[in-house]
Design a protein around this ligand. Structure first.
Ligand code: ATP
Ligand code: MG
Length: 762
């Protein structure tokens, strides 16, 4: 038995070994909150205070949950499978799968991700003849989700004016539609679980007496419903161990309520409050930057971090002329880090908005550097994967109308808008799903719809005895998807992704312990053997029962597809650079971090100016970003950036001005841009010689790359008149030039489309 407590400081030790009471650990970034939480679980089990089944641990992402389970397995010689470790959504799903009947759901209920939810809402608005200018789908989605996050059903929403009354009405219709189709959205997973346990006393008491210890990481980002959910599961006797950092609360836009920390302290922890202020992650300069920045916020519970690690290296700041050049600089810098012996996975590139990843990805891809994107367009969000998933969903639950509409005519099989209208009318008239309404349609439309139904039934029949991965193989083939993409110009990638889905299914089956011969669902006796017990008329599956007891492999896989973010950019196990938004980086740490796009309007995001407290939330986000770095931190910004199809001319972020000068090192870009000279002069004194990043050579290689133009060339443009090319970036069809048109100013033009002529000067 190893000594779990050996490497803890006195405050951490006090936290890990608290008696079985509720407690709040309020602590800054990198102070060991997650480590304390994990160690406490191990300690409770090792000292026999609780069995693994008595633990409920909630983390913020699936990745974090996996890491926690892995760390526990390393600390204890036990199978972590019996513990409930997961996200709010994942754990709710587990409960609802077990108690679907009591929750009023079909056994094969399916999960809508945000994108599916939006299209379900658009469909609803259309069917109900609602003016979507007045009631845009996005607004309704927001309305519904925030109501659910406060625990409110349509009838509980206060309808204080016509607008709200209408929204509440649509909310009710939406819930009916979901129920009819057997689907639940993300917020519904939680609300349904909450309602199930509030109403069902035996079930509630079963779980309350079981989960003696409820532990929550990233507590600052819980919303009202999650708070109530925790309270209910813990019950009056459960000990809730909450760890959090108010300075890292970054989900207000999704209803996170940092006030939960104060509420929790009052309601639960009664004096069991421990602060951790020793940071073990970052070197001094990085920590100074974080502390000085966050001190600009007024609403704080107040704490400061310190480290014994020494100053370390200064925070490096780089000014790029454009987003392309910023990306090139990052790549060169990263290459030299790797050449010096860093693993690629030690390097993270963070950005504020997903849209920023495209340029970075492109540059990495061109440079042949393996990378992985977290939280961007997820594997399971790609169109071809969604199509394949829709077929699988229909086989599992034919009443999922969203899935039906997605693939009824994809690949095309002659089912037009007219036929679908007819079908939708029939479905509405009888209050049934589209699938169930097919027999009511006659004529040619009826025939084609009928053969679609036959296709689905046929696939279901053919695959019912097959293991999941073979089932997926049959489906991507028989559905016609592969054939369809074979005829498409850029279909090869999509076919590859579809094949990846087969691998994903096979990996899933192995990881979740669905044996290849696992029956779809176990019969009553097998269920009893696997630990299903009946208590006071309520069927209660013991939580140690494996997933196959409560879910078919297909249902489980479909939930996984909706809940997990897949990442397929780099091969599994391959050493890859890590790209993600700052939001997705929460709780993680990396030796070397680049924070890119530090420009006004981007970070802080322009929307933040519109909301109360918006700027402070952005600053907390910047604080999260900075505190991810252990040894080396780079901050970069760019004078121009192509975003959403437009070139933006940017000011550097105010956050850069809020950092302590002594901890910074401004890197001089070697690409000279005379026209922006004034911006830089204020930092002239702090400038050091740029290290050998190789930027110079990149700049040269960017010139002329097949664009047919060169720097210094005189040109004429139909609209702007005469000018001089000052810089060229990109190559071939992607080349863009900064051109100084004198009085008309500096323009960034796309060389492949700009109407330019060469001027031959004497
Ligand atoms: P965040 O706020 O970012 O979620 P955190 O407070 O959860 O951070 P951890 O991730 O638990 O912090 O710890 C940060 C790093 O410090 C980890 O690498 C962890 O292993 C290390 N660490 C924590 N406590 C100690 C300690 N007492 N001695 C040595 N290293 C420690
Ligand atoms: Mg943490």
């Amino acid at each position: 038995m190893q000594n779990l407590l050996a490497n803890l400081n006195p405050e951490q030790l006090a936290a890990v070994t608290l008696p079985a009471q509720s407690a709040l650990i309020l602590a800054g970034a990198g102070s060991g909150k997650t480590r304390v939480l994990t160690t406490r679980i191990a300690w409770l089990i090792q000292t026999g205070q609780v069995s693994p089944a008595g633990i409920l641990a909630v983390t913020f992402t699936n990745k974090a949950a996996k890491e926690m389970a892995a760390r526990l397995s390393a600390m204890l010689p036990i199978n972590t499978g019996g513990m409930w470790i997961g996200t709010f959504h994942g754990l709710s799903n587990r409960l609802l799968r077990t108690h679907w009947r009591d929750a009023g759901l079909p056994q094969t209920f399916q999960i809508l991700d945000s994108q599916d939810q939006l299209s379900a809402i658009k469909r609803l608005l259309k069917a109900a003849n609602v003016d979507d200018e007045k009631y845009p789908a996005r607004n309704l989605a927001y309305f519904i989700n925030s109501a659910k996050e406060q625990g409110l059903r349509a009838q509980d929403v206060e309808a204080f004016d016509d607008y709200n009354r209408k929204m509440a009405e649509l909310y009710a219709l939406y819930d009916e539609q979901c129920q009819r189709e057997g689907v639940v959205d993300f917020a519904e997973l939680l609300l349904r679980t909450y309602e199930l346990l509030s109403r069902n006393q035996p079930l509630r008491e079963h779980y309350q007496s079981r989960f003696r210890h409820v532990l929550v990481d990233e507590f600052q980002d819980t919303n009202d419903l999650q708070y109530k959910w925790l309270k209910l599961l813990a019950g009056p006797r459960g000990a809730v161990f909450a760890v959090g950092d108010d300075d890292q609360s970054i989900y207000a836009f999704r209803g996170a309520n940092v006030g939960n920390m104060a509420a929790f302290e009052q309601e639960f922890c009664k004096g069991n409050l421990i602060k951790l202020e020793h940071n073990y992650r970052s070197h001094g300069h990085i920590l100074d930057a974080a502390n000085t920045l966050i001190a600009h916020n007024s609403k704080r519970l107040g704490k400061n971090l310190h480290t014994d690690a020494g100053h370390g290296e200064p925070v490096r700041i780089y000014e790029a002329s454009s987003d392309l050049q910023e990306a090139q600089w990052i790549i060169e810098e990263a290459k030299s880090l790797v050449a010096e012996g860093a693993a690629r996975s030690d390097i993270a590139i963070l950005y504020r908005s997903n849209a920023q990843s495209r340029v970075l990805e492109h540059a990495l891809f061109s440079a042949g550097i393996p990378y992985r994107v977290y939280g961007g367009l997820r594997f399971f969000e790609r169109a071809e994967i969604k199509h394949a998933i829709a077929y699988l969903q229909l086989m599992d639950n034919p009443h999922n109308d969203s899935a039906f509409l997605r693939v009824v005519n994809f690949p095309t099989r002659g089912i037009g808008a007219r036929s679908l209208e007819q079908l939708q009318d029939a479905a509405r008239q009888y209050g049934i799903s589209l699938y169930a309404a097919v027999p009511y349609i006659t004529g040619k439309a009826g025939t084609s719809l009928g053969s679609f139904v036959k296709l689905i039934e046929g696939m279901r029949f053919e695959t019912q005895q097959l293991p999941l991965q073979e089932m997926v193989e049959v489906v991507i083939d028989k559905s016609g998807l592969i054939a369809h993409y074979r005829n498409e110009k850029e279909g090869a990638d999509r076919i590859e992704n579809l094949e990846q889905l087969v691998s994903a299914a096979s990996l899933f089956v192995n990881e979740e312990g669905f044996g290849n011969d696992a029956p779809a669902l176990l019969g009553p006796r097998a269920r009893a053997q696997a630990g299903v017990v009946i208590a006071e008329g309520v069927e209660i599956v013991d939580a140690d029962a494996p997933l196959p007891t409560v879910m078919s492999p297909l249902s489980a896989f479909l939930s996984h597809a909706s809940l997990e973010s897949g990442d397929n950019q780099a091969e599994a196990g391959e050493d890859a650079m890590q790209l993600m938004t700052v939001h997705s980086a929460k709780g993680l740490e990396f030796s070397m971090v680049f924070i890119t796009g530090l420009e006004e309007g981007l970070f802080p995001h322009e929307n933040s100016a519109k909301e109360d407290g918006g700027l402070e939330e952005e600053r907390r986000l910047m604080y999260v970003a900075i505190t991810r770095a252990m040894r080396r931190l780079y901050l970069s910004f760019s004078q121009t950036r192509m975003l959403h199809g437009q070139t933006r001319y940017n000011m550097k972020s105010r956050f850069l001005d809020e950092l302590p000068e002594h901890a910074l090192k401004w890197l001089a870009p070697k690409v000279q841009h005379h026209w922006f000279g004034n911006q830089r002069s204020q930092h002239a004194s702090a400038w050091d010689d740029a290290p050998e990043t190789g930027v110079n050579t990149i700049a040269q290689s960017l010139v002329n790359k097949g664009s047919g133009w060169r720097i210094g060339e005189n040109v004429s443009h139909a609209k702007f008149g005469e000018g001089v090319i000052v810089n060229i970036e990109g190559s071939g069809n992607n080349a863009r030039a900064h051109i100084n048109f004198g009085r008309q100013g500096m323009k960034l033009l796309d060389l492949s489309v700009a109407k330019l002529e060469k001027l031959h000067t004497a």
